[in-house]
Design a protein around this ligand. Structure first.
Ligand SMILES: Nc1ncnc2c1ncn2[C@@H]1O[C@H](COP(=O)(O)OP(=O)(O)OP(=O)(O)O)[C@@H](O)[C@H]1O
Length: 363
Protein backbone atom coordinates (compact mmCIF):
# COMPACT_ATOMS: atom_id res chain seq x y z
CA UNK A 1 0.00 0.00 0.00
CA UNK A 2 1.21 3.52 -0.81
CA UNK A 3 1.84 5.84 2.13
CA UNK A 4 0.81 8.89 0.10
CA UNK A 5 -1.69 9.33 -2.69
CA UNK A 6 -2.53 12.33 -4.86
CA UNK A 7 -5.97 12.98 -6.34
CA UNK A 8 -6.27 15.50 -9.15
CA UNK A 9 -9.60 17.05 -10.05
CA UNK A 10 -12.03 19.94 -9.81
CA UNK A 11 -15.16 19.49 -7.72
CA UNK A 12 -16.41 22.83 -8.99
CA UNK A 13 -17.34 21.00 -12.18
CA UNK A 14 -20.04 18.37 -12.70
CA UNK A 15 -19.71 15.06 -10.85
CA UNK A 16 -20.64 11.75 -12.49
CA UNK A 17 -24.43 11.34 -12.76
CA UNK A 18 -25.68 8.92 -10.12
CA UNK A 19 -29.23 7.89 -10.92
CA UNK A 20 -29.68 4.99 -8.53
CA UNK A 21 -31.67 6.21 -5.51
CA UNK A 22 -29.98 3.84 -3.08
CA UNK A 23 -26.55 4.93 -4.30
CA UNK A 24 -27.57 8.57 -3.91
CA UNK A 25 -28.86 8.00 -0.39
CA UNK A 26 -25.59 6.26 0.43
CA UNK A 27 -23.73 9.40 -0.65
CA UNK A 28 -22.18 8.05 -3.84
CA UNK A 29 -23.18 11.20 -5.73
CA UNK A 30 -20.55 13.05 -3.69
CA UNK A 31 -17.12 12.27 -5.06
CA UNK A 32 -14.21 11.06 -2.95
CA UNK A 33 -12.37 14.14 -4.21
CA UNK A 34 -14.98 16.51 -2.74
CA UNK A 35 -15.23 14.59 0.53
CA UNK A 36 -11.47 14.69 1.05
CA UNK A 37 -11.20 18.35 -0.02
CA UNK A 38 -13.94 19.42 2.39
CA UNK A 39 -12.56 17.43 5.30
CA UNK A 40 -8.86 18.11 4.80
CA UNK A 41 -8.57 21.66 3.43
CA UNK A 42 -4.95 21.89 4.57
CA UNK A 43 -4.08 19.02 2.21
CA UNK A 44 -5.48 20.81 -0.82
CA UNK A 45 -3.17 22.53 -3.30
CA UNK A 46 -4.86 24.77 -5.85
CA UNK A 47 -3.44 24.64 -9.36
CA UNK A 48 -4.11 28.28 -10.19
CA UNK A 49 -2.65 28.76 -13.64
CA UNK A 50 -4.84 28.00 -16.60
CA UNK A 51 -3.80 27.99 -20.25
CA UNK A 52 -7.17 27.79 -21.97
CA UNK A 53 -9.07 31.06 -21.68
CA UNK A 54 -8.17 34.65 -22.41
CA UNK A 55 -8.44 36.94 -19.39
CA UNK A 56 -11.99 38.15 -20.09
CA UNK A 57 -13.42 34.64 -20.33
CA UNK A 58 -11.45 33.51 -17.28
CA UNK A 59 -12.85 36.44 -15.32
CA UNK A 60 -16.36 34.97 -15.46
CA UNK A 61 -15.70 31.75 -13.57
CA UNK A 62 -12.97 33.43 -11.54
CA UNK A 63 -15.46 35.95 -10.17
CA UNK A 64 -18.50 33.70 -9.88
CA UNK A 65 -16.96 30.39 -8.81
CA UNK A 66 -13.23 30.40 -7.99
CA UNK A 67 -13.07 33.46 -5.76
CA UNK A 68 -10.35 35.12 -7.85
CA UNK A 69 -7.86 32.27 -7.47
CA UNK A 70 -7.36 31.60 -11.21
CA UNK A 71 -4.54 33.16 -13.18
CA UNK A 72 -3.63 33.08 -16.85
CA UNK A 73 -0.56 30.88 -17.41
CA UNK A 74 1.20 33.47 -19.60
CA UNK A 75 0.62 36.98 -20.91
CA UNK A 76 0.00 35.46 -24.34
CA UNK A 77 -2.85 33.36 -22.94
CA UNK A 78 -4.33 36.39 -21.18
CA UNK A 79 -4.39 38.58 -24.29
CA UNK A 80 -5.20 36.04 -26.95
CA UNK A 81 -8.02 36.91 -29.31
CA UNK A 82 -9.64 35.29 -32.27
CA UNK A 83 -8.37 36.03 -35.76
CA UNK A 84 -11.21 36.58 -38.20
CA UNK A 85 -9.68 36.12 -41.68
CA UNK A 86 -12.29 37.97 -43.73
CA UNK A 87 -14.83 39.97 -41.77
CA UNK A 88 -15.95 41.68 -45.00
CA UNK A 89 -17.36 38.36 -46.19
CA UNK A 90 -20.27 39.09 -43.85
CA UNK A 91 -21.62 41.14 -46.73
CA UNK A 92 -22.92 37.95 -48.31
CA UNK A 93 -25.44 37.66 -45.47
CA UNK A 94 -26.88 41.03 -46.42
CA UNK A 95 -29.58 41.76 -48.93
CA UNK A 96 -28.74 42.73 -52.48
CA UNK A 97 -30.94 45.08 -54.55
CA UNK A 98 -32.96 42.10 -55.80
CA UNK A 99 -33.46 40.12 -52.61
CA UNK A 100 -34.37 43.26 -50.70
CA UNK A 101 -37.59 43.51 -52.71
CA UNK A 102 -39.06 40.52 -50.87
CA UNK A 103 -37.78 41.54 -47.42
CA UNK A 104 -39.37 43.60 -44.66
CA UNK A 105 -37.65 47.02 -45.07
CA UNK A 106 -38.01 47.78 -41.34
CA UNK A 107 -35.93 44.74 -40.42
CA UNK A 108 -33.30 44.70 -43.16
CA UNK A 109 -29.72 45.20 -41.98
CA UNK A 110 -28.18 47.73 -44.39
CA UNK A 111 -24.63 46.34 -44.29
CA UNK A 112 -21.88 44.84 -42.16
CA UNK A 113 -20.97 48.08 -40.46
CA UNK A 114 -19.92 48.28 -36.82
CA UNK A 115 -22.63 49.80 -34.67
CA UNK A 116 -25.47 48.94 -37.05
CA UNK A 117 -25.09 45.20 -37.78
CA UNK A 118 -25.43 42.92 -34.74
CA UNK A 119 -23.50 40.11 -36.43
CA UNK A 120 -20.59 42.43 -37.26
CA UNK A 121 -20.56 43.76 -33.71
CA UNK A 122 -20.57 40.33 -32.06
CA UNK A 123 -17.98 38.85 -34.42
CA UNK A 124 -15.51 41.62 -33.73
CA UNK A 125 -12.34 40.07 -32.22
CA UNK A 126 -12.47 42.61 -29.38
CA UNK A 127 -15.67 40.93 -28.18
CA UNK A 128 -14.27 38.08 -26.10
CA UNK A 129 -17.01 37.42 -23.57
CA UNK A 130 -20.48 38.80 -24.18
CA UNK A 131 -24.00 38.36 -22.88
CA UNK A 132 -26.36 38.66 -25.84
CA UNK A 133 -29.68 39.72 -24.39
CA UNK A 134 -32.68 38.34 -26.28
CA UNK A 135 -35.29 40.36 -24.31
CA UNK A 136 -35.65 43.09 -26.99
CA UNK A 137 -37.00 40.33 -29.27
CA UNK A 138 -39.87 39.39 -26.94
CA UNK A 139 -42.34 37.77 -27.37
CA UNK A 140 -40.54 35.97 -30.22
CA UNK A 141 -37.71 34.95 -27.91
CA UNK A 142 -39.89 33.15 -25.35
CA UNK A 143 -39.09 29.51 -24.57
CA UNK A 144 -41.50 26.89 -25.92
CA UNK A 145 -42.74 23.76 -24.22
CA UNK A 146 -43.00 20.92 -26.72
CA UNK A 147 -45.50 18.21 -25.78
CA UNK A 148 -45.68 19.74 -22.30
CA UNK A 149 -42.25 18.31 -21.60
CA UNK A 150 -39.39 19.41 -23.83
CA UNK A 151 -38.10 22.93 -23.49
CA UNK A 152 -36.77 24.71 -26.54
CA UNK A 153 -36.17 28.28 -27.62
CA UNK A 154 -36.57 28.45 -31.41
CA UNK A 155 -35.53 32.10 -31.56
CA UNK A 156 -32.28 31.40 -29.70
CA UNK A 157 -31.67 28.40 -31.94
CA UNK A 158 -32.01 30.66 -34.96
CA UNK A 159 -29.68 33.29 -33.52
CA UNK A 160 -27.09 30.63 -32.61
CA UNK A 161 -27.32 29.23 -36.13
CA UNK A 162 -26.81 32.65 -37.71
CA UNK A 163 -23.79 33.33 -35.50
CA UNK A 164 -22.19 30.00 -36.40
CA UNK A 165 -22.89 30.48 -40.11
CA UNK A 166 -21.40 33.98 -39.95
CA UNK A 167 -18.27 32.75 -38.17
CA UNK A 168 -17.76 30.14 -40.89
CA UNK A 169 -18.47 32.67 -43.66
CA UNK A 170 -15.77 34.95 -42.29
CA UNK A 171 -13.19 32.18 -42.30
CA UNK A 172 -13.35 30.46 -38.90
CA UNK A 173 -12.88 26.70 -39.25
CA UNK A 174 -16.02 24.79 -38.24
CA UNK A 175 -13.85 22.61 -36.00
CA UNK A 176 -12.92 25.72 -33.97
CA UNK A 177 -16.57 26.37 -33.13
CA UNK A 178 -18.62 24.84 -30.34
CA UNK A 179 -22.31 25.23 -29.56
CA UNK A 180 -23.43 24.48 -26.02
CA UNK A 181 -26.92 24.40 -24.65
CA UNK A 182 -28.59 22.93 -21.58
CA UNK A 183 -31.43 20.94 -23.10
CA UNK A 184 -31.20 18.06 -25.54
CA UNK A 185 -34.36 19.29 -27.24
CA UNK A 186 -32.72 22.65 -27.94
CA UNK A 187 -29.61 20.86 -29.11
CA UNK A 188 -31.70 18.85 -31.58
CA UNK A 189 -33.13 22.07 -32.96
CA UNK A 190 -29.71 23.66 -33.49
CA UNK A 191 -28.22 20.45 -34.87
CA UNK A 192 -31.02 20.27 -37.39
CA UNK A 193 -30.40 23.77 -38.72
CA UNK A 194 -26.62 23.25 -38.76
CA UNK A 195 -26.80 19.67 -40.05
CA UNK A 196 -24.60 20.52 -43.06
CA UNK A 197 -21.85 21.84 -40.74
CA UNK A 198 -20.42 18.55 -39.58
CA UNK A 199 -17.24 20.06 -38.12
CA UNK A 200 -19.07 22.20 -35.58
CA UNK A 201 -19.29 20.42 -32.23
CA UNK A 202 -22.67 20.74 -30.57
CA UNK A 203 -23.27 19.27 -27.14
CA UNK A 204 -25.03 19.81 -23.86
CA UNK A 205 -22.91 21.48 -21.18
CA UNK A 206 -22.58 18.12 -19.45
CA UNK A 207 -21.08 16.53 -22.53
CA UNK A 208 -18.75 19.44 -23.21
CA UNK A 209 -16.99 18.98 -19.87
CA UNK A 210 -13.30 18.31 -20.46
CA UNK A 211 -13.30 19.90 -23.93
CA UNK A 212 -12.65 23.36 -25.32
CA UNK A 213 -13.10 25.38 -28.51
CA UNK A 214 -11.77 28.65 -29.88
CA UNK A 215 -15.31 30.09 -30.03
CA UNK A 216 -18.36 28.94 -28.09
CA UNK A 217 -21.96 29.99 -28.63
CA UNK A 218 -23.96 29.17 -25.51
CA UNK A 219 -27.76 29.08 -25.65
CA UNK A 220 -29.30 29.32 -22.17
CA UNK A 221 -32.84 28.70 -23.53
CA UNK A 222 -34.95 29.83 -20.59
CA UNK A 223 -37.14 32.88 -21.22
CA UNK A 224 -40.40 33.12 -19.32
CA UNK A 225 -42.46 35.53 -17.24
CA UNK A 226 -41.92 33.57 -14.01
CA UNK A 227 -38.15 34.07 -13.95
CA UNK A 228 -37.86 30.30 -13.86
CA UNK A 229 -34.32 29.34 -14.91
CA UNK A 230 -34.98 25.59 -14.54
CA UNK A 231 -33.14 23.05 -12.42
CA UNK A 232 -30.30 22.49 -14.88
CA UNK A 233 -29.16 26.11 -14.70
CA UNK A 234 -29.49 26.16 -10.91
CA UNK A 235 -26.51 23.83 -10.61
CA UNK A 236 -23.60 26.29 -10.46
CA UNK A 237 -21.18 23.51 -11.46
CA UNK A 238 -22.98 23.18 -14.80
CA UNK A 239 -22.85 26.95 -15.29
CA UNK A 240 -19.14 26.83 -14.49
CA UNK A 241 -18.52 24.14 -17.10
CA UNK A 242 -20.50 26.06 -19.74
CA UNK A 243 -18.62 29.32 -19.08
CA UNK A 244 -15.14 27.76 -19.21
CA UNK A 245 -15.09 25.96 -22.59
CA UNK A 246 -14.16 28.88 -24.90
CA UNK A 247 -10.58 30.01 -25.52
CA UNK A 248 -11.02 33.39 -27.23
CA UNK A 249 -14.72 34.10 -27.75
CA UNK A 250 -17.78 33.24 -25.68
CA UNK A 251 -21.19 34.48 -26.78
CA UNK A 252 -23.96 33.73 -24.29
CA UNK A 253 -27.52 33.95 -25.61
CA UNK A 254 -30.14 34.44 -22.92
CA UNK A 255 -32.96 36.45 -21.42
CA UNK A 256 -31.83 38.95 -18.80
CA UNK A 257 -35.30 39.33 -17.29
CA UNK A 258 -35.53 35.56 -16.73
CA UNK A 259 -32.00 34.79 -15.58
CA UNK A 260 -32.01 37.41 -12.81
CA UNK A 261 -34.46 35.08 -11.04
CA UNK A 262 -31.50 32.97 -9.86
CA UNK A 263 -28.80 34.30 -7.51
CA UNK A 264 -25.73 33.00 -9.35
CA UNK A 265 -27.08 33.97 -12.76
CA UNK A 266 -28.02 37.38 -11.43
CA UNK A 267 -24.40 37.80 -10.33
CA UNK A 268 -23.36 36.77 -13.83
CA UNK A 269 -25.69 39.34 -15.40
CA UNK A 270 -24.48 42.09 -13.04
CA UNK A 271 -20.85 41.23 -13.83
CA UNK A 272 -21.46 41.32 -17.58
CA UNK A 273 -23.27 44.66 -17.32
CA UNK A 274 -20.57 46.14 -15.10
CA UNK A 275 -17.83 45.05 -17.50
CA UNK A 276 -19.75 46.28 -20.53
CA UNK A 277 -19.65 42.76 -21.97
CA UNK A 278 -23.24 43.14 -22.99
CA UNK A 279 -25.23 43.31 -26.19
CA UNK A 280 -28.94 44.06 -26.51
CA UNK A 281 -30.11 42.53 -29.76
CA UNK A 282 -32.06 44.88 -32.01
CA UNK A 283 -35.74 44.06 -32.52
CA UNK A 284 -36.05 42.07 -35.74
CA UNK A 285 -32.50 40.67 -35.38
CA UNK A 286 -33.63 37.25 -36.56
CA UNK A 287 -34.90 38.52 -39.91
CA UNK A 288 -32.41 41.22 -40.88
CA UNK A 289 -29.95 39.02 -42.74
CA UNK A 290 -29.86 36.47 -45.50
CA UNK A 291 -29.20 32.87 -44.53
CA UNK A 292 -30.39 30.67 -47.31
CA UNK A 293 -30.74 27.37 -45.50
CA UNK A 294 -31.87 28.83 -42.21
CA UNK A 295 -34.44 31.06 -43.87
CA UNK A 296 -35.96 28.19 -45.77
CA UNK A 297 -36.28 26.06 -42.68
CA UNK A 298 -37.64 28.71 -40.44
CA UNK A 299 -39.75 31.08 -42.45
CA UNK A 300 -39.73 29.68 -45.94
CA UNK A 301 -38.85 33.10 -47.31
CA UNK A 302 -35.36 32.28 -48.49
CA UNK A 303 -36.11 30.35 -51.64
CA UNK A 304 -38.85 29.19 -53.93
CA UNK A 305 -38.77 25.66 -52.50
CA UNK A 306 -42.21 25.43 -50.96
CA UNK A 307 -41.45 22.04 -49.44
CA UNK A 308 -39.02 23.81 -47.15
CA UNK A 309 -41.75 26.05 -45.76
CA UNK A 310 -41.72 24.54 -42.34
CA UNK A 311 -41.14 26.28 -39.08
CA UNK A 312 -38.50 25.35 -36.54
CA UNK A 313 -41.00 23.45 -34.47
CA UNK A 314 -41.83 21.12 -37.31
CA UNK A 315 -38.18 20.72 -38.22
CA UNK A 316 -37.60 19.49 -34.71
CA UNK A 317 -40.52 17.11 -34.83
CA UNK A 318 -39.08 15.67 -38.03
CA UNK A 319 -35.75 14.85 -36.48
CA UNK A 320 -37.43 13.32 -33.48
CA UNK A 321 -39.50 11.14 -35.74
CA UNK A 322 -36.36 9.99 -37.51
CA UNK A 323 -34.78 9.17 -34.17
CA UNK A 324 -37.81 7.07 -33.26
CA UNK A 325 -37.60 5.23 -36.56
CA UNK A 326 -40.84 6.71 -37.80
CA UNK A 327 -41.05 6.92 -41.54
CA UNK A 328 -38.15 4.52 -42.10
CA UNK A 329 -38.52 2.22 -45.06
CA UNK A 330 -38.85 -1.54 -44.62
CA UNK A 331 -37.23 -4.01 -47.00
CA UNK A 332 -40.07 -3.70 -49.48
CA UNK A 333 -39.72 0.03 -49.57
CA UNK A 334 -42.92 0.71 -47.62
CA UNK A 335 -43.08 3.35 -44.97
CA UNK A 336 -43.50 1.78 -41.57
CA UNK A 337 -44.93 3.64 -38.59
CA UNK A 338 -42.73 3.99 -35.57
CA UNK A 339 -43.40 1.81 -32.55
CA UNK A 340 -44.64 4.03 -29.81
CA UNK A 341 -44.70 3.39 -26.11
CA UNK A 342 -46.84 5.58 -23.89
CA UNK A 343 -45.25 7.28 -20.96
CA UNK A 344 -47.44 8.75 -18.26
CA UNK A 345 -45.30 11.78 -17.54
CA UNK A 346 -47.43 13.06 -14.65
CA UNK A 347 -46.99 9.77 -12.78
CA UNK A 348 -43.28 9.72 -13.44
CA UNK A 349 -42.57 13.30 -12.46
CA UNK A 350 -44.99 14.13 -9.71
CA UNK A 351 -43.79 17.37 -8.16
CA UNK A 352 -40.13 16.85 -8.92
CA UNK A 353 -38.89 19.67 -11.13
CA UNK A 354 -35.33 18.35 -11.26
CA UNK A 355 -36.60 15.16 -12.84
CA UNK A 356 -38.46 17.21 -15.42
CA UNK A 357 -35.20 18.86 -16.45
CA UNK A 358 -33.27 15.61 -16.47
CA UNK A 359 -35.89 14.08 -18.71
CA UNK A 360 -35.59 17.12 -20.93
CA UNK A 361 -31.86 16.63 -21.01
CA UNK A 362 -31.99 12.93 -21.66
CA UNK A 363 -34.81 12.85 -24.19
N1 LIG B 1 1.25 23.99 -19.75
C1 LIG B 1 0.42 24.31 -20.73
N2 LIG B 1 0.82 25.11 -21.74
C2 LIG B 1 0.00 25.46 -22.72
N3 LIG B 1 -1.27 25.06 -22.82
C3 LIG B 1 -1.75 24.26 -21.85
C4 LIG B 1 -0.93 23.85 -20.77
N4 LIG B 1 -1.70 23.07 -19.95
C5 LIG B 1 -2.92 23.01 -20.51
N5 LIG B 1 -2.96 23.72 -21.65
C6 LIG B 1 -4.14 23.93 -22.51
O1 LIG B 1 -5.18 24.43 -21.67
C7 LIG B 1 -6.42 23.83 -22.00
C8 LIG B 1 -7.00 23.14 -20.80
O2 LIG B 1 -6.16 22.07 -20.43
P1 LIG B 1 -6.74 20.72 -19.84
O3 LIG B 1 -7.87 20.24 -20.72
O4 LIG B 1 -5.61 19.80 -19.54
O5 LIG B 1 -7.32 21.28 -18.49
P2 LIG B 1 -8.40 20.67 -17.54
O6 LIG B 1 -8.05 21.10 -16.17
O7 LIG B 1 -8.58 19.20 -17.80
O8 LIG B 1 -9.68 21.47 -18.01
P3 LIG B 1 -11.22 21.18 -17.71
O9 LIG B 1 -11.28 20.25 -16.56
O10 LIG B 1 -11.76 22.55 -17.41
O11 LIG B 1 -11.76 20.65 -18.98
C9 LIG B 1 -6.16 22.89 -23.15
O12 LIG B 1 -6.53 23.58 -24.33
C10 LIG B 1 -4.67 22.64 -23.09
O13 LIG B 1 -4.14 22.43 -24.38
Amino acid sequence: MARTFILVGDHYQLPPLVQNKEAQEGGLDISLFKTLSDNHPSSVVNLEHQYRMCEEIMTLSNTLIYDGRLKCGTAAVATRSIVIPSIDALRQHHHNPRSILSADPKKVCPGPTRGSCWLRDLLDPSVKACFVNTDPLLPLSREALESGLRITNPCEAKLATQLVESLITTGIAPTDIGVITLYRSQLALIKQSLRHRSGVEMHTADKFQGRDKEVVVLSLVRSNEDQNVGELLKDWRRVNVALTRARTKLLVLGSKSTLVGNDLLKDFIVLMERKGWWFDLPAGACEGHVFEDVQTQISGRGSADTKAEVDFGKAKVNIERQALGEGKENKRGRRVPAKQGKLDVSVLMGKRPILRDIINDAS
